[in-house]
Ligand binder design. Structure first.
Ligand code: ATP
Ligand code: MG
Ligand code: MG
Ligand code: MG
Length: 470
């Protein structure tokens, strides 16, 4: 049973042996990139290298990049607990060519790694290419010997990557592993491709063009390669399972969660343990990279992740803070690779404990209110925005937490109503300041909220504006 740490090393060593520079993961908070909430792919730290604005003294690189996909363009928060392959935090293994090799060597190296180094069965692998990328299809035929029916042409943006409206772009080719008929789901491009049977393990991006602002797309003189393989997915595959949570990267945390909650890891609480394990990793890595829970921006995404985890701990029957107890195991597993976890261990522990202690005070009451309110609803009727706002405002329930709770009942929330309730409250707050002749500072805002009976953890530092409903 190869573990995650060994597989990460095998990937890095393979590309090092093939002339790639091993570059450390960049932080989860992207440097000088306000357009991006969190680092969500291996290429993020190389953006300027791909566009030619920045030069490095190597033209091939290999990384294992920390990624968070819980906000912005890529948001997998709602997938956690529902699929066996999506996390909020995961590691993306990648090899990069900056104007050096292109499609042929990228495909050759990928195939060699997957089938020889990793030893995956060739007849379980299939690939996708962009619909008009004959070149890639031909390379898969000649290099990998794949038959046409296992080279699937996809015409959607899933197989065409672009950095932005302008700049580098090009077709992608993805490698899938078929976990067999026992797992529900169809092949890529089919109506039920969202199942866990055919798992996308690796995405190869061929940066072939430069998209100009005048609409013209020109061939890059020195095209580049950017690839991303999910460490958790490939570890699962190499362990003969489609389930990332069965790998040591997550399983150990699940067992700890079961131990500390006095429950079974695979019993009725299994899904809670999975969510807790996932959200613990995301929370710990975000805190280690300097994000702290708050009511806006990145800090609010962290708070949402933490509170979701805490709700699941609550469902396991935990009376005391739970998530922080899993930190030592995470540090034991990953501290050698990510020294920042070791350095921030005390901060991670304290932050989790504090946030969990605070939320605990209102979680029970909020859940009770939610139960009473849903009991009044007929059939699959949506929850009113007013109630969702009350849960948010008085009990500290992020909107998406309420939505997630209701999802199992097939119910949604009237988000328009939620927005207007929030707007109304903000307008009222502004009105009550109209006569003061002073600007409503954040401290004053905090005051009003206290008077209005808002609970203790609201209104910490700033306006509780848009961030919550993004
Ligand atoms: P999917 O279609 O499964 O959501 P994706 O196409 O969004 O994946 P890419 O952006 O191509 O993923 O990222 C490259 C690789 O990173 C994927 O092939 C997959 O192995 C891994 N990956 C992507 N999202 C996640 C996630 N949320 N959790 C774990 N691994 C992921
Ligand atoms: Mg995705
Ligand atoms: Mg995909
Ligand atoms: Mg992909």
């Amino acid at each position: 049973m190869p573990g995650g740490n060994e597989i990460r090393k095998a990937f890095v060593d393979f590309f090092k042996a093939n002339g790639h520079e091993h570059v450390a993961s960049s932080p989860l908070v992207p440097h000088q990139d306000p357009t991006l909430m969190f680092t969500n792919a291996g290429m993020v730290q190389f953006k300027n290298v791909f566009t030619g604005q920045e030069k490095r003294d190597y033209n091939r690189a290999v990384t294992s990049q920390k990624c968070v996909r819980a906000g912005g363009k890529h948001n997998d928060l709602d997938n956690v607990g529902y699929t066996a392959r999506h996390h909020t935090f995961f590691e993306m293994l990648g090899n990069f060519s900056f104007g050096d090799y292109f499609k042929d060597l990228a495909i050759e190296l990928a195939w060699k790694l997957v089938t020889e180094e990793f030893g995956l069965a060739k007849d379980r692998l299939l690939v996708t290419v962009y619909a008009d990328d004959d070149q890639a299809a031909e390379l898969w035929r000649s290099i990998a010997g794949l038959p046409d029916e296992r080279i699937i042409r996809i015409a959607t943006s899933d197989n065409f990557w672009s950095m932005g409206d302008t700049g580098p772009c090009g077709p992608c080719s993805e490698i899938f592993f078929d976990h067999g008929e026992g797992v529900p789901g169809g092949p890529p491009g089919s109506a039920d491709e969202d199942g866990d049977r055919f798992i996308e393990i690796w995405n190869l991006v061929f940066m072939q063009f430069d998209q100009r602002s005048d609409g013209e797309r020109i061939e890059l003189p020195r095209p580049s390669i950017d690839t991303g393989m999910g460490l958790e997915r490939v570890t699962a595959t190499l362990n003969g399972t489609h389930d990332n949570y069965a790998t040591d990267l997550l399983r150990n945390l699940i067992e700890q969660s079961a131990h500390f909650s006095n429950t079974e890891p695979d019993g009725g609480g299994a899904v809670h343990h999975r969510v807790i394990a996932d959200h613990l990793r995301a929370s710990a890595f975000l805190i280690a990279d300097g994000v702290l829970p708050s009511n806006e921006g990145r800090g609010y995404v962290l708070r949402r992740i933490m509170r979701r985890g805490m709700r699941h701990a609550h469902m396991l029957g935990c009376q005391d803070p739970h998530m922080y107890r899993l930190v030592p195991e995470l540090v034991r597993m990953m501290g050698a690779t990510f020294g920042e976890l070791v350095r921030a261990e005390a901060l991670i522990t304290e932050t989790l404990k504090l946030e969990e202690g605070r939320f605990k005070q209102t979680l029970d009451r909020g859940l009770k209110l939610l139960e009473e309110e849903t009991a009044k609803l007929g059939g699959k009727q949506a929850l009113s925005g007013e109630v969702a706002f009350r849960l948010y405002d008085t009990f500290g329930f992020p909107l998406d937490l309420t939505q997630d709770i209701l999802r199992n009942q097939g119910r949604s929330v009237d988000t328009e109503g939620f927005r207007s309730a929030m707007e109304r409250q903000r307008a009222e707050a502004r009105r009550s300041w109209a006569g003061s002749g002073e600007q409503a500072t954040e401290a004053i805002w905090f005051d009003i909220r206290e008077k209005a009976g808002a609970s203790e953890f609201l209104g910490y530092t700033s306006d509780v504006g848009e961030a919550q409903v993004q």
